[in-house]
Design a protein around this ligand. Structure first.
Ligand SMILES: Nc1ncnc2c1ncn2[C@@H]1O[C@H](COP(=O)(O)OP(=O)(O)OP(=O)(O)O)[C@@H](O)[C@H]1O
Ligand SMILES: [Mg+2]
Length: 286
């Protein structure tokens, strides 16, 4: 089922084109948004979250048009949004902050609101920090609190801008389990620089570069871009700069087969690097 339909979405900051005629459809499940720094991911997510008005193009979220004021309210009722740098009030306690956001989300019944705040605190394992002030939480805890506020009211569309930044491996696992559970019934769109996040939890992946969508498909299809172009060798390849040494001592090359190189299974990261041209562009002649 399609939740979000975007067509021809464009946004400029002065002469800088941040989004250049982006088309996208997103359905129920978890979609990952990958792209280098400055690709336009946050700009795109901010437009979906109605935090930013695009210059051109159309957005439909559950059929509602956020450019029309009355429909924008309907959109906001149905989304949860974690910005890239959420400015969480430092002097609020975790509980007070969530309670405040829950009021903004129109959960006006006190008992219902209390239950909902407790539920999301529990989901992100911050129940024992409910009375701690935001400024006294660790970076990862703050990130989880940001995630918790996006989950208030059980929104149909959850937009998360780099939600796994600063999480330790255990929390990352917890986060993935939580998000995949939400994605069973809801639409989750998350940006990340971690290709492992995409492999572990996204059914679909969109890659942006220079304000454009350069790939939409499954993680397997993204990895498939590098099929037949990834090699492992015991000696460093000559003439290719697109290689690195694995922890197991083998050299991993993307591009042309090096002497003694054996074919390796491509990963999402390999496909991503090839797609963006980072792997082949640095190849030099022997
Ligand atoms: N408020 C702003 N004013 C001017 N330029 C901006 C503004 N916000 C973003 N930009 C520019 O728009 C482009 C896209 O930025 P955006 O933050 O959307 O990228 P991103 O893909 O989220 O990058 P990152 O991975 O670093 O978070 C960049 O070139 C950035 O410098
Ligand atoms: Mg960003």
């Amino acid at each position: 089922m399609t939740t979000v339909t975007v067509s021809g979405l464009s946004k400029r900051y002065g002469s800088m084109i941040a989004l250049d005629a982006v088309d996208m459809t997103i359905g129920v499940g978890v979609t990952g948004l990958l792209g280098p720094n400055g690709a336009g991911k946050s700009t795109f997510l901010r437009c979906l979250a109605t935090a930013l008005g695009p210059d051109d193009g159309t957005i439909r979220i559950h059929g509602f048009d956020p450019s029309v004021q009355e429909q924008r309210t309907e959109v906001r009722r149905r989304i949860g949004y974690l910005p890239q740098n959420p400015g969480l009030y430092p002097n609020f306690t975790a509980y007070a902050l969530l309670d405040y956001v829950a009021v903004l989300k129109e959960i006006t019944d006190t008992r219902q609101r209390r239950a909902e705040v407790r539920r999301v605190l529990d989901e992100v394992e911050l129940t024992d920090r409910a009375r701690t002030k935001v400024r006294k939480l660790s970076g990862g805890m703050r990130q989880r609190l940001g995630l918790a506020q996006a989950l208030l009211g059980d929104p149909e569309l959850v937009i998360l801008d780099e939600p796994t930044v600063g999480l330790d491996p255990e929390q990352r696992m917890l986060f993935r389990a939580l998000v995949s559970r939400i994605g069973e019934r809801r639409t989750v769109l998350l940006s990340t620089h971690q290709t492992e996040d995409v492999g572990a939890l996204c059914e679909r992946v969109v890659v942006m570069s220079g304000g454009r969508v350069v790939f939409q498909g499954s993680p397997r299809e993204l990895a498939g871009i590098a099929a037949g172009q990834v090699w492992l060798s015991e000696a460093p390849p000559r003439g290719s700069a697109a290689y690195w040494r694995n922890a197991d001592g083998f050299y991993r090359t993307i591009g042309r087969q090096p002497a003694g190189g054996e074919a390796a299974r491509p990963t999402i990261e390999d496909g991503y690097l090839l797609l963006l041209g980072s792997a082949v562009a640095v190849e030099v002649t022997r």
